[in-house]
Ligand binder design. Structure first.
Ligand SMILES: NC(=O)C1=CN([C@@H]2O[C@H](COP(=O)(O)OP(=O)(O)OC[C@H]3O[C@@H](n4cnc5c(N)ncnc54)[C@H](O)[C@@H]3O)[C@@H](O)[C@H]2O)[C@H](O)CC1
Ligand SMILES: [K+]
Length: 482
């Protein structure tokens, strides 16, 4: 599945029109499907439709007609000046004898549901004046709001804070990156030809269908040396012992993602855990002989982070570079050796590597991940909500994951999990997408059971369940499809 920018969606629309597809049909399906979602969420509750003069407003006028036909009370306030399909939608509604009042008179009462059909993908710049005021009044009303296509105002502020949003045709960037404003998310298929939705120049939204075939198969004859062994190099022994748990959590992540054996290379005196690992205490960052197929490097390394990474380079293996191993010098060394390496920065680390601010990275994570992949020539996992995976000109946005994952050590578990998939033979882009998806799903499963307050080792423990759900094709979609 692809992630659209408003421009890309408009392009798909235009190409359908060029082929002779009547765009009024798209609007009819959009309004009809949105009315279906409305009924499922709000039943018989009366609607107040607030419609702009563009096609987003047109969708709202179609929805109003469908609700009316189903016997739901509807009051419509619309801006003047409809053209094209939106004008036809207005005429169809008026033919039913509905009174359409000026938007300036919009008011509502307890028990009603607001339908936000003010602006969709055609919005240019932030809302001001009357529209900003209207959106603020809608949000202050405390009534449920169903947003059509996009909560009006997105991607800027102010914006409608919707109870639910129905995306038409495809998900657009704000649906995943400004999720909070969207409430419950639904994706409505509106009849666009499928090939127009499969534009390979657009980022991917990672789905069950795309990731399931990547899961490494485990034959009956498997043994611990045949399913992928991982080496974890990290930890620091100097002034204080920082993040002593980090490499141990990476080892857990690797084991729970199916590694046959995990070797832990740690500073002498480091607590040895988990019991299942093979320990290699060393006085300073170095690479003992290891029989492994992939490495995870840097966790808890502190001032030793880059030294661990440069020592690990000699193994010539696929490697996950995390935390303190994330420097431009290290990335350049891996690129020059032509080694498949996966960098796993959060926004702060990515900003440091790109020479910008964490706010700039958080403001456009797709672009930041792409730029970092270009700058380093490596695979980048930019951790966030949502996490973005970038390699060359490929971008993948991960739809799983829960705010409960925002806790110490979950990133270390992720690095170990990706290393296990590299060790099992997956190429870096595939290992990263699959690891990120399952790690997020493990968080979703746990958060549903326990709520906020997860521990990173519990996320590792939930990885096998996430993997099984994916294997069986039973991963719940993070959005409804109508
Ligand atoms: N996905 C699809 O294939 C389909 C989507 N549909 C819907 O159409 C809208 C996009 O419609 P468009 O007419 O291009 O734009 P809008 O309705 O979002 O708004 C245009 C309207 O707004 C004015 N405007 C722009 N910026 C501002 C601003 N900052 N302040 C005030 N006014 C502004 C502009 O002048 C226009 O008048 C899409 O989201 C879907 O909902 C189709 O229905 C079917 C196919
Ligand atoms: K809208």
């Amino acid at each position: 599945m692809r992630l659209f920018t408003p421009e890309a969606m408009r392009r798909a629309d235009e190409r359908a029109a060029e082929r002779g597809y009547p765009t009024l049909l798209l609007m009819e399906w959009a309004g009809m499907k949105a009315a279906r979602v409305y009924r499922a969420l709000f039943g018989e509750a009366p609607a107040v439709v607030l419609a702009g003069k563009g096609n987003n407003g047109g969708d709202g006028l179609v929805l109003a007609r469908h609700l009316l036909l189903e016997g739901v009370g509807v009051r419509v306030y619309a801006e003047e000046g409809q053209k094209g399909d939106a004008l036809l939608a207005l005429k169809a509604l008026l033919a039913h004898g509905v009174e359409v009042r000026p938007l300036e008179e919009a008011s509502w009462a307890e028990g009603e549901v607001l339908v936000d059909a003010l602006f969709g993908t055609g919005l240019k710049g932030p809302l001001m004046g009357f529209y900003a005021g209207l959106v603020e009044r809608m949000n202050a009303s405390r009534l449920p709001i169903l947003a059509l296509d996009l909560p009006s105002g997105l991607p800027h502020a102010p914006q409608v804070r919707a109870t639910a949003t129905v995306a038409f045709g495809g998900l657009k960037t704000p649906h995943l990156f400004q999720r909070e404003a969207c409430g419950r998310l639904f994706l409505a298929e509106i009849g666009l030809p499928k090939d127009l939705l499969e534009d390979s120049t657009l980022p991917e939204v990672a789905t069950l269908e795309a990731l399931r075939p990547l899961l490494p198969r485990r034959p009956l004859t498997a043994h611990k040396g045949s399913v992928g062994r991982v080496g974890v190099l990290g930890g620091y022994r100097g002034e204080g012992l920082l993040y002593a748990g980090a490499p141990l959590l990476a080892a857990l992540g690797a084991y729970r993602m199916g590694a046959g054996l995990v070797h832990l290379v740690l500073p002498e005196g480091h607590p040895p855990s988990p019991l299942e690992a093979v320990f290699h205490p060393v006085p300073a960052p170095s690479l003992p002989p290891l029989k492994v197929e992939a490495l995870a490097v840097g966790m808890g390394g502190g001032p030793w982070g880059a030294a661990w990474a440069l020592a690990a380079l000699e193994a010539g293996l696929p490697t996950v570079l995390d935390a303190d191993a994330l420097t431009l010098e290290v990335a350049e060394a891996y690129r020059r050796r032509g080694l498949p390496a996966v960098l796993t920065p959060h926004a702060g680390e990515a900003a440091r590597l790109l020479g910008t601010t964490p706010e700039a990275v958080a403001g456009d994570p797709l672009e930041a991940a792409r730029a970092l992949a270009e700058r380093t020539g490596l695979t980048v996992v930019l951790k966030g909500a949502p996490t973005v995976v970038a390699e060359g000109d490929r971008l993948s946005v991960n739809p799983t994951g829960h705010p409960a994952l925002a806790t110490g050590g979950t990133g270390d578990v992720l690095s170990g999990a990706i290393a296990a998939l590299l060790a099992a033979g997956l190429p870096p882009f595939e290992a990263a997408r699959l690891g990120v998806f399952l790690h997020g799903l493990a968080g979703d499963l746990l958060a549903e059971e326990k709520g906020i307050g997860l521990l990173a080792h519990e996320v590792a423990e939930a990885l096998p369940r996430a993997r099984r759900l994916l294997e069986e094709g039973r991963v719940p979609m993070p959005f409804g499809v109508v």
